[in-house]
Design a protein around this ligand. Structure first.
Ligand SMILES: [Zn+2]
Length: 253
């Protein structure tokens, strides 16, 4: 049992332990092309949280990883069978209850480790900061922690080469053979500003992709997945250590 994983530890171990930082992995339950499980974002995010926390804990971080929230914001995929949406307001209600618990218990730093593009915690963190001024909350999208093009040939963003490689490494028993995967071909907006991302609109998923994937997974393999996992866990582990050590009243040079 790992003492920094809440789901595995116990009151005997936790009661006398001082915790500086809570880590909340937040995933989604959604279709991932034809070949990856609906739990892809949950498995990836939970495993990266645990791997990063292990590295931070060894270096002295005082942290605890909470169980992953399995549902995320999927308002663009409501019509895809099996995809379970939390509206942003519901997501914020859950987050506020968790922040309130941590605050009462004297854990005043929270890192939301996000693994799903539809989740956007920035505004919620702003509002939480006004509600709990002595809490420090930050968010990190693990899929943006390192330069993905250093590890993978094809981009995409959803059930792509990166996610497929990662899942082939983390949970190979849940991944179908690549010849059963769709091509992950995505249509673009006719309005180019939306493709250039300086303007934004939600994509209606099934109008963009037929197999629910965005990004060609055909070059994926578990060796790439392991290399990527280690790099991401290392970098986020360093962030966790810095957060654990930080004085939240003295954050600026
Ligand atoms: Zn995903």
């Amino acid at each position: 049992m790992r003492p920094y994983i809440l789901a595995e530890t116990n009151w005997k171990s936790l009661k006398p332990t001082h915790i500086e930082l809570a880590v909340l992995p937040w995933g989604a339950t959604e279709a991932h092309n034809l070949h990856l499980p609906f739990s892809t974002d949950v498995i990836e995010t939970e495993r990266i949280a645990a791997g990063a926390a292990a590295r931070a804990y060894e270096k002295g971080a005082k942290l605890i990883v909470l169980p992953a929230i399995p549902f995320g914001v999927n308002t663009g995929q409501l019509d895809i069978k099996g995809t379970i949406n939390l509206n942003p307001g519901t997501q914020f209600a859950i987050l506020k209850d968790i922040v309130d618990d941590l605050h009462r218990q004297g854990i005043h730093k929270l890192l939301i480790l996000n693994g799903h593009g539809g989740n956007d915690f920035k505004q919620m963190i702003r509002e939480s900061g006004a509600l709990w001024p002595d809490m420090f909350i930050c968010t990190c999208n693990w899929y943006q922690a390192v330069e993905n093009s250093d590890f993978f040939e094809m981009g995409g963003g959803h059930a792509d080469e990166m996610e497929t490689s990662l899942m082939q490494y983390l949970a190979p028993e849940l991944v179908l053979p690549l010849d059963e995967a769709g091509k992950g071909k995505a249509r673009k907006f006719k309005i180019n500003a939306l493709n250039e991302r300086w303007a934004w609109a939600e994509r209606k998923w099934l109008k963009v992709t037929e197999d629910t994937g965005i990004g060609d997974p055909s070059k994926a393999n578990p060796v790439k997945g392991e290399k990527y996992f280690r790099a991401v866990a290392e970098k986020i582990g360093n962030l966790m250590l810095e957060l654990s050590d930080a004085d939240i009243n003295d954050l600026y040079h």
